[in-house]
Design a protein around this ligand. Structure first.
Ligand SMILES: [Zn+2]
Length: 338
């Protein structure tokens, strides 16, 4: 006789669960996801969230012991990040609320990045700052050198590097066939302040008989240019001379504004294509970008700085009574390197 995995009562021959128990469990999981995601997006109800989750979990026999509660919170935060992308706009309140949630529950960068959501958060942060005409973060050259080795670009004084991608394949059209404007992809044009949603370009790939990989190198996006530095080629393209940006599931295509321009592609993951297309678009539509000084914060400083401020507030308000209940939450340092 089989024992129900939820209520541990007899479930009948060859059965591992009662269908009622399974339904109650699925309902509870969905409700917990909804509550957690809501709290992360709105930054409200954080003090009661764990009790609310435990109450719903008990009704549906959802495991919240050991590291399970932390997994629930991490998942909720990721769902909130995904949802905040879905409406195509990343509001400053959303950034603050997501930060408040992760600080409140001591969720660090590594654990939140298990499915890449923290990287997405940093990317959204950067695009949101540009869209809101906030000051551009200072590019962390020291960290970049440590990560990438020699930094291959000589920037102009009037620009700031905002993002660097490594080991990017570069493709050019090599056939003599005249390029047919619409045949290789549709250019993105989104309204100012609005995102291209992830997955909007799924399925289209850069691979085409007329495109050939001619180099691999580092690609940098600054407030003025796309830079590329490979073993064969090194160039920069002014962003205001790019007439179309073509996102593919495996690369970003550009067309320059000049006679007989041919498409050029930078091979990137789908997620990075989403980011790079939106970043270039945001910079192109920004009215005037305030460049950082040498004392200003890097993106990591800025993401971390919000954490520090919010953390202090929350610790002051916090009630110590529930410390025992939170014993299964592993505190993770979320503060930056400072
Ligand atoms: Zn049962």
């Amino acid at each position: 006789m089989g024992q129900c995995r939820y209520c541990h009562e007899n479930a009948g021959w060859f059965r591992r669960q009662h269908s009622d128990c399974q339904r109650a469990h699925a309902r509870a999981v969905a409700e917990i996801d909804r509550m957690g995601k809501d709290a992360a997006l709105r930054g409200r109800g954080l003090d009661t969230l764990l009790d609310d989750i435990r109450r719903v979990a008990a009704a549906g026999r959802v495991d919240v012991g050991g590291s399970a509660m932390q997994d629930i919170l991490v998942r909720a935060w990721g769902l909130a990040v995904d949802e905040s992308l879905e409406d195509g706009v990343f509001k400053p309140e959303e950034r603050q609320n997501l930060n408040r949630f992760r600080v409140h529950f001591g969720l660090g960068e590594d654990i939140l990045n298990r499915a890449g959501h923290f990287d997405t958060f940093r990317m959204m942060h950067l695009i949101g700052m540009i869209q809101n005409n906030e000051q551009i973060p200072r590019f962390d050259r020291r960290a970049a050198r440590a990560r990438f080795g020699r930094f291959p670009f000589n920037l102009m004084k009037s620009e700031e590097m905002v993002w660097v991608f490594r080991e990017v394949p570069y493709y050019e059209q090599v056939t003599t066939r005249e390029f047919q404007g619409s045949s290789l992809g549709v250019s993105v044009r989104v309204a100012k302040g609005v995102y291209l949603r992830p997955g909007a370009f799924r399925g289209r790939t850069v691979s085409s008989s007329s495109m050939q990989r001619t180099d691999t190198g580092t690609m940098g996006i600054t407030t003025k240019h796309i830079y590329f530095g490979g073993t064969q080629k090194a160039f920069r393209v002014r962003l205001d001379r790019i007439v179309s940006i073509m996102p593919y599931s495996d690369g970003l295509g550009i067309m320059r504004d000049r006679a007989r321009a041919k498409p050029e592609h930078f091979g990137l993951t789908e997620h990075n294509v989403w980011f790079a297309a939106n970043l270039v678009e945001a910079i192109q539509s920004a009215d005037d970008l305030a460049l950082p000084g040498s004392d200003d914060g890097t993106l990591d400083d800025i993401v971390g700085a919000m954490v520090t401020g919010d953390a202090a507030d929350i610790i002051d308000d916090d009630d110590d009574d529930d410390d025992d209940d939170d014993g299964n939450l592993v505190p993770v340092s979320v503060l930056g390197s400072s």
